[in-house]
Design a protein. Structure first.
Length: 224
């Protein structure tokens, strides 16, 4: 579910967004605001995933308001002025809706939020360890080591995360194009396989053995 708020100094514009939002299953419009100060107070207490944000407003323009938000909140700009489009996308806006916009156009913008979330999720490993949910960027993983009923994720900043999991289960959560199992106890990032010496892969200070079962798959990657 995408949690959202809307901020616009025009009450009619907010009513249209409310009406459209009610028709979309995966969208929850939590509140609407016509004053930036009220929206800011709400965000400080209740962070959301998305803001529908007007650009031309009396106090501060919407672009400046969005830049002032400390949370990692996505934005869809809603405005009557096409000249702000370039500036809107320079702050990584999900979409730019030019008023008046149809329900279909509004729905398409919300779908982009969902697709963006799925792309972001595809680059991360989410795993519970130490009573917390860790979201680990694939690029930060140096290697994954199997330890009986546990796995240890070695990160490139030299820290480790130990979690209860099998190697099979953790491999299913990783991207096949980014990671390969090279031994019953080791999974490594494919792009980091640079040097193989005597059936061992050298990765950033680690010397990792290649298991006989996995040798052919590793050599296919190395050879092309």
């Amino acid at each position: 579910m995408i949690k959202a708020i809307a901020l616009d100094d025009e009450i009619l514009a907010l009513k249209i967004i409310e009406n459209y939002s009610e028709k979309i299953d995966n969208l929850s419009l939590e509140k609407v605001f016509n004053k930036q100060s009220d929206a800011q107070k709400h965000l400080n207490k209740y962070p959301v995933d998305l803001i529908f944000l007007d650009i031309e407003m009396p106090a501060k323009n919407g672009l400046d308001f969005y830049k002032s938000i400390s949370q990692n909140t996505k934005v869809i700009f809603t405005t009557a002025y096409s000249e702000y489009a370039v500036d809107a996308f320079s702050v990584n806006a999900i979409d730019y809706l030019l008023k008046p916009f149809s329900f279909e156009r509004f729905k398409a913008a919300v779908e982009k939020v969902k697709m963006n979330d799925e792309k972001e999720e595809a680059k991360h490993l989410s795993i519970r360890a130490d009573y917390k949910l860790h979201k680990i960027n694939f690029n930060d993983i140096q290697l994954i080591e199997g330890l009986d009923d546990y796995i240890q994720i070695h990160l490139k900043d030299s820290t480790k995360i130990t979690a209860r999991s099998s190697m099979k289960n953790i491999l299913e959560k990783l991207s096949e194009k980014d990671f390969i199992r090279i031994h019953r106890s080791f999974i490594v990032p494919i792009n980091d396989i640079k040097t193989i010496v005597n059936k061992n892969i050298h990765i950033s200070g680690f010397i990792v053995p290649i298991g006989e079962t996995y040798k052919d798959d590793v050599m296919k990657i190395v050879n092309g």
